[in-house]
Design a binder for this molecule. Structure first.
Ligand SMILES: Cc1ncc(COP(=O)(O)O)c(C=O)c1O
Length: 300
């Protein structure tokens, strides 16, 4: 099944979309991107795109930081995205990658006086962390201090270093500490601990991306299970005290963590709170829960 892309204001086959070697974003990391899931509901023969509005509001925040002026509102971007995905005609789980970037072919470190553009494409994508329970390691790479927290392409170098270090050392994912040594997040996910019946997760003051899945899980825990979430500093050593631990992200969904730095979390199995949240989350993203239908945009 061919993929399509919205590129230079037209929907064209993905393989035909090319950028020049001097493109600013390629050299200086001057892009803001998103990852959006389209979840295939077999019974309904439908793809539901999850929380498009929140993804595009975050993309536009990235554009503001990078001074990329797009001639589109969040609603325009949503419409373009639905059109691209419909054109692809996939009947499986997909991932959608929008990118706003400094498209001008010129050299020089700056953000001002540069043209920007927007593209979005979709492709079939199954599991991101391809295990039922992830083994994670605390990375030797720390978050830079005072980064503008949006999904900016140039910021992902530290995350990529951390991820590769973890994989090369035999783990599934990296947990990054911030400059002060507090737990921040995974290389592409937020982190939650279950402690004394509550969820505990780092707050924005510790630097993690304010994940849309993070927000979804906090909402579901509260509304559906009556479980509160505490946002606070998490010391590295608390990772070993947690009863349960899981990661959240658009790509990784809700991934249980069984081991941290080779120590088992709880008994190393998927804990009861994690299991319940995983089930709720998967029903919600497939459009099966009426109360959260507004988060799901049908494509067909
Ligand atoms: C570094 C990082 N943290 C957290 C997340 C989770 O964010 P979201 O749930 O919005 O996908 C992502 C993925 O987008 C990420 O790249």
């Amino acid at each position: 099944m061919p993929s399509y892309v919205y590129f230079r204001k037209k929907i064209i086959p993905l393989e035909q979309a090319k950028v020049g070697v001097m493109t600013h974003a390629l050299h200086y990391g001057t892009g803001a991107f998103e990852g959006i899931r389209g979840n295939w509901n077999t019974a309904k023969k439908q793809i539901y795109l999850f929380r498009l509005k929140e993804h595009y509001e975050r993309l536009l925040l990235g554009c503001k930081i990078l001074r990329i002026e797009l001639p589109y509102t969040a609603d325009d971007l949503i419409k373009i995205t639905v059109d691209v995905v419909r054109k692809c005609n996939f009947k499986e789980d997909i991932y959608v990658r929008p990118l706003a970037y400094k498209s001008e072919e010129t050299t020089g470190v700056r953000l001002h006086n540069l043209e920007g553009d927007f593209l979005v494409y979709a492709f079939p994508w199954g599991k991101y962390i391809d295990v039922d329970k992830a083994k994670v390691a605390v990375s030797s790479w720390r978050f830079p201090k005072e980064i503008p927290r949006a999904k900016l392409t140039g910021l992902y170098i530290t995350n990529a270093l951390a991820k590769t270090e973890a994989i090369e050392n035999g783990f599934d994912e990296a947990i990054m500490l911030n400059a002060e040594g507090y737990v921040a997040e995974g290389s592409g996910e937020n982190i939650f601990l279950v402690m004394d019946g509550k969820l505990v997760t780092p707050g924005s003051f510790d630097g993690p991306l304010m994940g849309i899945t993070r927000n979804t899980v906090i909402t579901l825990a509260k509304n559906e299970l009556g479980i509160e979430t505490v946002e606070r500093h998490i010391d590295r050593v608390e990772l070993f005290k947690a009863e349960e631990c899981f990661l959240t992200g658009t790509a990784a969904h809700l991934t249980p963590v069984s081991e941290i730095d080779r120590f088992k979390v709880g008994n190393g199995e998927i804990g009861p709170v994690t299991g319940k949240l995983q089930k709720l989350y998967s029903d919600v993203i497939l459009g099966k829960k009426a109360a959260y239908k507004d988060w799901c945009t049908p494509v067909y």
